[in-house]
Design a protein around this ligand. Structure first.
Ligand SMILES: Cc1ncc(COP(=O)(O)O)c(C=O)c1O
Length: 458
């Protein structure tokens, strides 16, 4: 332990000795002690032993309310009885056939019934693969090369999906023509050159950029809620502008609803009344097992058809996997419109509670979000786009990550970036306990905020 360790980190270590031991063991086989960058945080993550409903149990036996839900994918929390029964029955009948099965078709029919833009779809093994296949289909459909993505948008684990994910001041250029920036040292220059970056929630600027690049753009991809940059919702005007401009130039509009499919049974596109050409999915449609998907109008999806002379290649060993399909079908059947409404209402209650706590504590902060999806920010400025969100994060320094660790000790798990989502395993009392945990955590942190970031106090 370093001599100068922050007292809140020391308290976290004292709280979680078994997780620390597990983390030390993990360091010998995993770089940095983890097999998944997004789930990692310092000094080490809590190791989880088991979970049920909204409750996680860590290696030291603490029970934590799970507002992370595997990055929004567990719409019913953990071990939902319907999903457990379906998976148990299926695993005894085999897990992967490399052949059609009715569970694939049933889940596809349910999704096509609910999501306005989807007439046909393909399952994939991850959301990453879903967005990749959508972009490939768009190139094949248009004969053009470039992709427009939003500044701060995240579409998976490959270079083009991460261009300008974190638009740092000094590197990002003017808002009217953002620069394509690499997220790490692995990005080929060709990918940066093939990606046009659009500012989020700026209809006029988006229209100008689409018009300027129209001849080279195969697709525009957008998240209806900017997830990785702190749950900032697009306006209907912005999405409608993208729809109109892409339609005018024959560019494929892709909605990445990997996260937002949970906010409405028809996805965010149903809420906004804006229908894209293609929709990418993931997370909740797998019932907790690895999954992704891409869907759209039949004529576009035919690009993948084996009947075509030269279909867009889509192989993927685990696509349409029998266990995933069974789990996904059980989960989606149980995710009715009324359950979606109920957990969206719980999300609103959570944000209201969190916002009150910030006010009462005299700390500059706010909860953003839509429906079941929320994020905390240490700023009271209005947050409109990725730049606002990132600038707020940078100005708050280490305070957000210390709050995350402190909330864990107060019994609430969120993502390190302070993303919270509700699940059907929760009720109002679950939400109220999270609000209390924020109040307790800010009160414990107050002396440190006072001495380390006094500008965050009102
Ligand atoms: C909006 C969005 N698109 C795509 C992905 C990639 O999905 P996966 O992690 O399943 O590959 C994610 C993952 O968090 C996401 O949030």
């Amino acid at each position: 332990m370093p001599d100068t360790e922050h007292p809140l980190i020391t308290r976290y270590r004292e709280f979680s000795p078994s997780s620390q031991t597990i983390a030390e063991r993990a360091r010998s086989v995993f770089p940095g002690g983890d097999t998944r960058s997004s789930a990692h945080y310092g000094p080490y993550p809590l190791a989880i032993e088991h979970a049920r409903g909204a409750v996680l149990t860590d290696a030291d036996g603490h029970e934590l309310l799970d507002f992370m839900n595997n990055f929004t994918s567990l719409i019913h929390g953990h071990a939902h009885p319907g999903v457990v029964t379906a998976v148990r029955e299926q695993v005894g009948r085999g897990s992967a056939y490399a052949a059609p099965s009715t569970s694939q078709i049933e889940l596809a029919e349910l999704i096509a019934d609910r999501v306005p833009s989807i007439e046909q779809l393909r399952f994939t093994s991850s959301g990453t693969e879903g967005t990749l296949m959508a972009i490939r289909a768009a190139r094949a459909a248009t004969g053009r090369q470039k992709l427009m993505k939003m500044e701060g948008g995240y579409h998976g684990s490959y270079e083009q999906a991460e261009v300008s994910l974190a638009p740092l001041p000094g590197l990002r250029g003017e808002l009217s023509a953002p620069i394509s920036t690499a997220f790490d040292a692995s990005f080929p220059d060709s990918v940066l050159a093939d990606t046009v970056i659009c500012p989020y929630n700026e209809p006029q600027l988006a229209r100008n950029l689409i018009d300027a690049h129209a001849n080279e753009l195969a697709a525009v991809i957008v998240e209806p809620i900017l997830g990785s940059m702190g749950m900032l919702a697009a306006t209907t005007e912005f999405l409608q502008t993208l729809r109109d401009a892409t339609q005018r130039h024959g560019i494929i509009l892709i909605f990445d609803e990997v996260i937002t499919l949970r906010v409405n049974s028809g996805g965010a596109q149903a809420t906004h009344g804006v229908t894209p050409d293609m929709t990418c999915m993931g997370k909740i449609i797998g019932g907790g097992l690895p999954v992704g998907g891409v869907g759209g109008r039949q004529e576009l999806m035919q690009l993948f058809s084996p009947d075509q002379e030269q279909p867009v290649m889509h192989a993927s060993t685990f696509s349409g996997n029998a266990l995933t399909m069974t789990a996904g079908l059980a989960a989606m059947q149980a995710y009715t419109a009324s359950e979606a409404q109920r957990i969206n209402d719980l999300g609103s209650r959570l944000r209201e509670g969190f916002n009150q706590v910030f006010q009462q504590a005299g700390v500059r902060g706010q909860a953003t979000g839509t429906g079941s999806l929320s994020n905390l920010h240490f700023t009271d400025r209005f947050l409109h786009d990725a730049r606002d969100s990132l600038d707020g994060m940078i100005a708050a320094g280490h305070i957000p990550s210390l709050l995350h660790l402190t909330m864990l000790r107060h019994g609430v798990m969120s993502a390190t970036r302070l993303m919270f989502c509700t699940s059907t395993a929760m009720d109002e009392s679950t939400v109220d306990r999270a609000v209390t945990a924020l109040a307790e955590s800010l009160s414990e942190m107050r002396p440190f905020i006072e001495s380390e970031r006094p500008e965050l106090l009102i």
